[in-house]
Ligand binder design. Sequence first.
Ligand code: SF4
Length: 295
Amino acid sequence: MHFSEKPHRLGFERASALLQVQIGCTWGRCLYCAVCSRHPGPAVVTPLEEVAEDLDELSQNWRAYDRVFLYGPNPFGIPNEQLLERLKLIHEKLPSVKTIGGFACITDIAARSDAELAEWAALGVDGLSLGAESGYAPALAFMRKPHKPADIETQCRRLDTVGITYTLFYLVGMAGKGKGAESAKASAEVFNRIDPYRINVMTMSVFKGTPLYEMVQGGAFEPASERENFLEMRDFIAGLTDCETFIDTGHDVNLVHFDGVLPRDREGMVALLDMRAKHANERMLSEYRTRMRSF
Ligand code: SF4
């Protein structure tokens, strides 16, 4: 298999075949992005011959895959013709595949017409990992995300219309120290209006080599404490009063791991986060985050 780095996968994609189709992000400007520090410069679409070789290799596996996860920072942002070629090739080489997912930016959806999104759906695109990150406008603008809160709702509606489901990502700590409660409230309001299939919660880590790391050194950004992160996560989940969805915090960047279903498990998740905040050992947790940043 061709991979430009040691591939990593989301927990809920553990049964999917990973297929690299892109190296580097087409946006590449988010201040906290460790992917861009590893792959500076313009995004590259990997050659079709390489993709074909990888698909041949996957077809030899004892398992008949039913899902492929396109590997790359935002593979649904590559030129549509090239994406369609790759989607069709997947079905040709792996006829057992029913759905195809991958990371996508809100602006990748905005760039496609309704007819193009419908064509994606017809080719099995489903379960996108969609980087909303926050519904708090100042945090999105500060971090140089390419979208605004209203765009998240508009583009999710368009995916709903063509029947493409998505996991919406929320990034705790993105607003910085002292802004967690405000950020959680604004974001829960946006996520409530969308009610996505699944919500994946991540926590901001300031990685060396990113512009944000330099800003932290220079005092231009102050990260939230781990206790504030727990409280932000709690407030966000407590505020999701109109969602009937899965919540997943299984990623290593989180210092508390659980999953649940809303509304059924909301009280339990809130109580757990309250307890974690109450007993947070800041020194130990920040040491852990520092070690994790060197992964
Ligand atoms: S959109 Fe995602 S991959 Fe691209 S620069 Fe921003 S955080 Fe990085």
